[in-house]
Structure formats: structure tokens, C-alpha cells
Design a protein around this ligand. Structure first.
Ligand code: HEM
Ligand code: HEM
Length: 221
């Protein structure tokens, strides 16, 4: 089905967050693998700013970006599993997808958080907060950083497979809405995204950039 007046489903900041975090995870991975650690720190700290932004946006952003919109009870997720048709056609994450978003955000938080305290084997490469921990603790952070990357990668593969599944099994085209913000398979109605004033975007970006800058400076001004 294609609606002549497609519903607004994702606000611009959420879409921008999505494609930027995908890019930064890729750059962080490739830079670490090739030993380009200067680039790794730049992409890692930028990912920290983006994650902080998304957390604030989950509280004050457009309706479909809010945690209160997509963090549902486990029983809602089970009901959805039994009968996906019941929430088909409404904007935003479905009750099950909400859990995968939380898992990815949590995994990103662990990845970025451990990176800040990580130290490499010879103590040359280190995150900006590693001076707060002992060498051994920094090495433990680096080991968790390595392990959590494999978990993050697993979640991302599942994420892309789930999107392919919805396309093949249910005919849902989810990628274009994450680019344009509108979903041609959902007609505009009362339920569509309610957007927010730009001042909130300004507040969220200022907070996120400020905290990331402060952390990158080792918690000093
Ligand atoms: C490093 C790679 C990626 C990460 C970390 C990631 C993470 C996320 C997150 C956190 C969300 C929730 C959006 C929000 O509410 O903020 C999301 C949604 C989404 N992502 Fe990704 N993503 C990645 C790659 C991709 C790729 C390659 C595609 C395209 C195949 C994709 C397509 C989508 C779509 C379509 C949604 C919306 C799903 C829905 O309709 O509920 N993502 N992703
Ligand atoms: C999206 C965020 C990030 C991703 C995907 C990522 C990924 C990786 C990967 C794959 C490695 C190589 C692990 C190994 O095989 O030893 C690595 C190492 C490292 N990362 Fe990150 N990282 C991220 C964020 C950060 C941040 C924010 C920092 C600090 C500012 C950081 C600091 C480090 C350090 C110091 C190492 C070297 C550890 C060692 O050699 O044992 N990373 N990262």
C-alpha cells in the first residue's frame, strides 16, 4: 500500500543521529584495526557526543524518538510477537523493535564508556579518562572494549537482518523513511510524529557537545 499523503515518522535529528552513528561506528572500527588511533579518538569522542544527544533527545525530542513512546512492557512485546498486525501501520518503533533500540544504545554506551578508560599493552595509546584508573584497570577496560565491540557488531548484523526480514516477510520498506522522515506505507493521521521547537535541538546539541568536549579534556576546562 502507498499513501498519497505519507505520515511523518522520524524527525530530522533522529535521522541525522542514525546515519552519523552508523558512519562513526564504521570509522571507529576501521581506524582501530588500521592503527590510526588519532582518527579513532576523533570518531570515538564524536560518537560519545552523538550518544549523549540521543539520550537527551529520547526525553525532549519528537514523539517517535522518545523513550516513553517505544519502551514498552515485555508483555506488549510478546503480544506483538503473537500478532504483529495489531501495531502495523503506526509510526515509530514497534514494541519489540524498542528493545533492540535499547540494546544497541546500551551496547554503544559500553563501547564508548570503556574506550574512554582503555590503555593499550604498552601504555602508549589511552583514552582521555585512563589517568583516573590504574594500568591494570585500563587494560581490563580495553579487554571489555574489544569484547563489547563483537557484541555491538552482532547486534548491528541482527538489526540489518531484521530490516531485511520486514521487507521480505511483511513488505515493509523501513530504510527510506529513516532517510526522508516520511513513510509512504502509512497514511497521515492523528498518530503521526509530533515535532518539537528548534530550541530543544539547540539545547540537546549544546549539552552533548559540551559534555563530550569536557570528557575529551580529561574532565578539565
Ligand atoms: C553501525 C551501524 C548501525 C547502528 C549502530 C544502527 C543503530 C540504530 C538505532 C540506534 C536505531 C534506532 C533509531 C532511534 O530511535 O534513534 C536504528 C533504527 C533504524 N536503522 Fe539502524 N543502525 C545501523 C545501521 C543501519 C543500516 C546499515 C541500515 C540499513 C539497512 C539501518 C536501518 C535502520 C532503520 C530502517 C531503522 C528504523 C527501524 C524502524 O523502523 O523501527 N541501520 N538503527
Ligand atoms: C563507537 C565507538 C567505538 C568503537 C566501535 C571502537 C572500536 C574499537 C576496536 C574494534 C578496537 C580494537 C580492539 C582490539 O582488537 O584490541 C579499539 C581499540 C581502542 N579504542 Fe575504541 N572504539 C570506540 C570508541 C572509543 C573511544 C570513545 C575511545 C576513547 C576516546 C576509544 C579508545 C580506544 C583505545 C585506547 C583502544 C586501544 C586498546 C588496545 O589496544 O588494547 N575507543 N576500539
Amino acid at each position: 500500500m502507498t499513501a498519497s499523503n505519507p505520515a511523518k515518522v522520524w524527525d530530522a535529528p533522529t535521522r541525522l543521529f542514525h546515519w552519523l552513528i552508523a558512519l562513526l561506528v564504521f570509522v571507529s572500527w576501521r581506524s582501530a584495526e588500521s592503527g590510526a588511533m588519532d582518527w579513532h579518538y576523533i570518531s570515538g569522542v564524536s560518537a560519545l557526543a552523538l550518544l549523549l544527544f540521543r539520550l537527551v533527545w529520547g526525553l525532549i525530542g519528537g514523539s517517535t524518538a522518545r523513550f516513553s513512546h517505544f519502551v514498552r512492557s515485555p508483555s506488549a512485546a510478546l503480544d506483538y510477537l503473537r500478532d504483529p498486525a495489531q501495531v502495523k501501520g503506526s509510526p515509530g518503533h514497534n514494541p519489540l523493535g524498542g528493545y533492540s533500540v535499547i540494546a544497541m544504545l546500551l551496547s554503544l554506551a559500553i563501547q564508548i564508556g570503556t574506550g574512554l578508560f582503555s590503555v593499550d599493552v604498552d601504555g602508549i595509546e589511552s583514552g582521555p579518562l585512563s589517568y583516573l584508573v590504574t594500568f591494570d584497570q585500563g587494560r581490563t577496560a580495553a579487554e571489555i572494549h574489544e569484547l563489547s565491540f563483537n557484541i555491538l557488531l552482532g547486534l548491528i548484523i541482527l538489526h540489518v537482518l531484521a530490516i531485511a526480514y520486514y521487507r521480505i516477510r511483511h513488505g515493509r520498506k523501513l530504510i527510506l523513511p529513516m532517510i526522508t522522515g516520511r513513510d509512504a506505507q502509512i497514511p497521515a493521521g492523528e498518530e503521526q510524529l509530533t515535532s518539537v521547537r528548534p530550541i530543544r535541538f539547540l539545547l540537546a546539541t549544546t549539552f552533548a557537545a559540551g559534555v563530550a568536549w569536557w570528557v575529551n579534556n580529561g574532565l578539565t576546562y
